[in-house]
Design a binder for this molecule. Structure first.
Ligand code: ATP
Length: 208
């Protein structure tokens, strides 16, 4: 399960999924855009339908990658625990596959405040994509804020490959300023952004 705003999906997300598949031998990655992430309540996101459409396009390169509309359909604030419980229920039974949850290291400082965080980290083995700082700094900062066995579980899930750039905030800023090139985004995504007029993009017609 790979959650986030995906506003828009970018090359960093795809590289994280590639690396997670390689290092952890995942059979499937389920990209799950949030309706409203708890830390982004009150901030406007592109419509769920547009974020889903961009993800469908970007994930078509790998047959193991899927897009789930579960959080968009549920609407309201999207809590990871609800999504994981639903997945664990669907996949339940004796032969249930092991669930993983992919997240960037920028989520770690806020992780202790996640709803039912201990349950989240028990249901799903975390896979942490290192984004900035060092894994040791991130893990040390969680000491005393999460039980030791869960910090250990996060440590086991740390991807040891160096950070890969990519930020939706930066891309939205560049789109609004008319400074983004198609190559900076996964194939076909800039066309969708321009067609839908997302992030203050000028329509392709206006440029001609
Ligand atoms: P924004 O800039 O709008 O906050 P974002 O680029 O962080 O967005 P999200 O959709 O919030 O993208 O990311 C979904 C998940 O992917 C989060 O767990 C985030 O930490 C992780 N992630 C995004 N980009 C990267 C990256 N370049 N390297 C590692 N993890 C990343």
């Amino acid at each position: 399960m790979f959650g986030g705003s995906f506003d828009p999906v970018h090359k960093g997300h795809l590289e994280v999924a590639r690396r997670a598949c390689m290092q952890f031998g995942l059979d499937q990655v389920i990209f799950t855009p949030a309706a409203t992430p708890p830390h982004k309540v009150g901030k406007a996101l592109a419509p769920g339908s547009a974020r889903l459409a961009m993800l469908e396009l970007a994930t078509s390169e790998d047959p193991r990658w899927e897009v789930s509309d579960a959080e968009i359909r549920r609407a309201g604030t999207s809590f990871t625990i609800d999504t994981l419980r639903a997945l664990a229920g669907v996949e339940g039974g004796d032969q249930a596959p092991m669930l993983h949850m992919i997240l960037g290291s920028d989520n770690l400082p806020g992780l202790p405040a996640w709803r039912e965080v201990e349950e989240v980290l028990s249901i799903a083995q975390p896979i942490v994509a290192w984004r900035e700082g060092t894994p040791e700094e991130h893990l040390a900062a969680l000491d005393g804020r999460l039980p030791g066995h869960l910090v250990e579980r996060l440590s086991e899930g740390f991807m040891r490959l160096p950070p890969f750039p990519g930020s939706a905030t930066e891309l939205r800023r560049k789109v609004a300023a008319g400074q983004v090139t198609a190559e900076e985004l996964p194939e076909g995504i800039l066309e969708v952004i321009e067609r839908e007029g997302l992030y203050g993009a000028a329509s392709p017609g206006a440029k001609a």
